[in-house]
Design a protein around this ligand. Structure first.
Ligand code: NI
Length: 195
């Protein structure tokens, strides 16, 4: 089921999500609908508050990086990331790497807006899967960035919060235009990928 994507201005995006206590069928259903919604919107990630649900559930589906194999070490073993996408993360907790990188980001909840965000290049994510199993994933590059972006959502943080003051100034008009739109807006797929 394709869900409505909540856009900037709705307070649900600013709330810190409580953890999932019991992973039951309703959580699996939510994750399945989030994956469908993310794919329909051409996104590479989606967090539960973006579909109006304040719970620590995030999904990511990051295509393999061209020409270079990114780090994808699951529970201590190097794996092919393609075999694990889309990835559902319940109650994720991140440990950030020290090396940082600035890259352009977008967000399905902030249509038409993109900007550079400085983030750690690599992360270690601890999360629970839908079957209740606990995992530790070490990854880098775009996947690490997407995971950080989605975990930020679970904490009520948006990528625009992490942009430099100068970069924020450049998107001021776009944000103002967006604020005039209805709070709920159907995302139009475009070349810009977000999460
Ligand atoms: Ni986002």
């Amino acid at each position: 089921m394709i869900l409505e994507i909540i856009t900037l201005g709705d307070p649900v995006l600013r709330r810190k999500c409580p953890p999932v206590e019991i992973i039951d069928g309703s959580v699996a259903q939510l994750a399945a609908a989030m994956i469908e919604t993310m794919h329909a919107a051409d996104g590479i990630g989606l967090a539960a508050p973006q579909v109006g649900v304040s719970l620590q559930v995030a999904v990511v589906d990051v295509p393999p990086m061209e020409g270079e194999a990114g780090l994808f070490c699951l529970d201590g073993v190097d794996k092919d990331p393609a075999a694990f996408m889309p990835l559902v993360m319940v109650n994720p907790i991140l440990e950030m790497g020290t090396e940082k990188e600035s890259q352009s980001e977008g967000c399905l909840s902030i249509p038409e807006v993109r900007g550079n965000v400085l983030r750690p290049f690599a992360v270690i994510a601890r999360y629970t899967a839908l079957d209740g199993s606990r995992h530790l994933l070490e990854c880098d590059g775009l996947l690490a960035r997407a995971i950080q972006h989605e975990v930020d959502h679970l904490n009520g943080i948006l990528f625009i919060d992490r942009m430099s003051a100068a970069a924020k100034l450049r998107i001021r008009r776009a944000l103002r235009d967006l604020a005039r739109e209805p709070a709920r807006y159907r995302y139009t797929p475009g070349p810009a990928q977000g999460g």
